[in-house]
Design a protein around this ligand. Structure first.
Ligand SMILES: Cc1ncc(COP(=O)(O)O)c(C=O)c1O
Length: 458
């Protein structure tokens, strides 16, 4: 039990706040880590201790932790029009500017933009539109949604149902019926002896097709996936995976939702993960780096096929009966628009294309570390997997919590990472420099060494 001073922020937090993705019992005993301020890729706790954040918060602080320029835009927008909604045909310039911009940079032709406040809501909207679309085209039974094991699409009831995270379903009575999950493309962990990436990808596509055939293609409405799996551990797809998966989706006339919440806006070295991997989605959800994480905003882009069906429903029902009070909030859209301007001015994509390979090379050096089984990534996203035995890829006993141990040692060395089981995902702010990447690598090395020493001593 950690000592918590009376009336400190820690004590007040314990008494008042419920934290997402936190062991609430442990939190009552340990209290929170208080983040007081940030600058560039660094954040500072209430003791003034500095942390290099190699997770960009939750993959979103693309421009780091403070911005005069975005602050001014938010301030000016609040003075001019601090709130209005988009209901019943009302609009404002900030929202229109951003929608036009998103359509102009979309990876495939898209027709319209729907705004929400979070990635979960964007995916939730996409899932509702799958049902709406198929109802509109006279196939209301084509409602089942297929996601992937280990995928994460958000915490609303539907978006977590589409996610393949049993720990997030447990005792919530989820997933809802009609949400199915297929194999996920973690080549290193799940390939069979002698199986190439291409053969593995074929097996993944065959598993998807078998699931669709078992369920009945006439009942399968959509496939939802992240181009690179973030909360699954920073998993990049094996060669030819997307080509083969998309052929199956097309064959059974299912809609394809690309969840670009993490990949969108440069993470993989292109504006969209869909460009990096040649995806042709019908809907694209995006959030996080859309506003550099500085305002809660998400967007769902829909293609003409989907929008035509929505028009048919308005002809039939007289209304598009869906929406959120803060959708297209002018402060969030103005800040997002300015964020996209900043990306263009600083050539953010070019920057990621230069620094990304530097990060991958720095991390690749850990492949020789006795704890490390796999290092794999793209752009400014890398996953490192710890194993007990490199030759057989055997994992540690989960009870040893090796991922959490590496993370704890990293904290001690002033580095914030994200662990998922025994995998550590790195997704630093997109502005990270080569010198900062070197610093990340030094601290990762120390954390791995300390963990290795502790495990051997145990
Ligand atoms: C791929 C992906 N989709 C959706 C979400 C949910 O976004 P939010 O937490 O903004 O609801 C996340 C969050 O991490 C995510 O990683």
């Amino acid at each position: 039990m950690t000592y918590v001073a009376p009336n400190s922020i820690q004590a007040r937090d314990i008494a008042s706040v419920v934290h997402p993705q936190t062991n609430l019992v442990k939190h009552l005993a340990d209290g929170p880590m208080v983040i007081e301020r940030g600058r560039g890729c660094y954040v500072y706790d209430d003791n003034g201790t500095e942390f290099l954040d190699a997770a960009a918060g939750l993959w979103c602080a693309s421009l780091g932790y403070a911005s005069e320029r975005l602050a001014k835009v938010a301030y000016e927008q609040m003075r001019k029009l601090g709130y209005y909604h988009l209901y019943r045909g009302t609009t404002n310039e900030a929202g229109v500017d951003l929608a036009e911009k998103l359509l102009s940079i979309a990876p495939v032709p898209m027709s319209k933009v729907l705004f929400q406040c979070s990635g979960s809501e964007a995916n939730d909207t996409a899932l509702k539109l799958v049902w709406y679309y198929h109802a509109a085209i006279g196939k209301p039974e084509k409602r089942k949604v297929i996601g992937r094991h280990m995928a994460y699409h958000g915490s609303t009831s539907a978006s977590i149902s589409a996610s393949g995270k049993p720990d997030m379903h447990a005792d919530f009575g989820l997933p809802f019926p009609g949400f199915l999950h297929t194999e996920y493309p973690h080549y290193y962990r799940h390939h069979q002896e002698g199986e190439s990436e291409e053969q593995f990808a074929t097996r993944m596509a065959e598993a998807l097709e078998a699931l669709i055939l078992r369920e009945g293609p006439e009942t399968c409405g959509a496939f939802i996936a992240e181009p690179v799996m973030g909360a699954g551990g920073g998993l990049t797809p094996p060669r030819s995976y997307w080509e083969k998966i998309q052929a199956v989706i097309r064959k059974y006339d299912m809609l394809f939702i690309a969840d670009e919440v993490i990949c969108g806006f440069g993470r993989t070295g292109n504006m969209w993960g869909s460009q990096t991997y040649g995806l042709q989605p019908d809907m694209i959800s995006c959030a996080k780096a859309l506003s550099a994480g500085m305002q809660p905003i998400s967007a769902l882009l829909v293609n003409q096929r989907v929008f035509d069906a929505m028009l048919d429903e308005s002809r039939k029902l007289g209304n598009f009966a869906h929406g959120f009070t803060y959708a297209g909030h002018p402060v969030t859209t103005a800040v997002a628009m300015e964020t996209l301007r900043i990306y263009e001015e600083m050539d953010m994509i070019g920057h990621v294309q230069r620094v990304g390979p530097y990060l991958q090379a720095a991390m690749a050096r850990f492949a020789d570390h006795p704890l490390v089984g796999e290092v794999r990534g793209v752009g400014l996203l890398t996953g490192i997997e710890m194993v007990q035995d490199k030759a057989s890829r055997k994992l540690f006993d989960p009870a040893r919590k090796v991922g959490a141990l590496v993370d704890a040692h990293a904290r001690k060395h002033g580095l914030i990472t994200r662990f998922i089981g025994d995998r550590i995902a790195f997704s630093p702010p997109l502005i990270i420099t080569e010198a900062e990447v070197d610093e990340v690598a030094v601290r990762v090395g120390r954390a791995l060494d300390d963990t290795w020493a502790e495990l051997r001593a145990a």
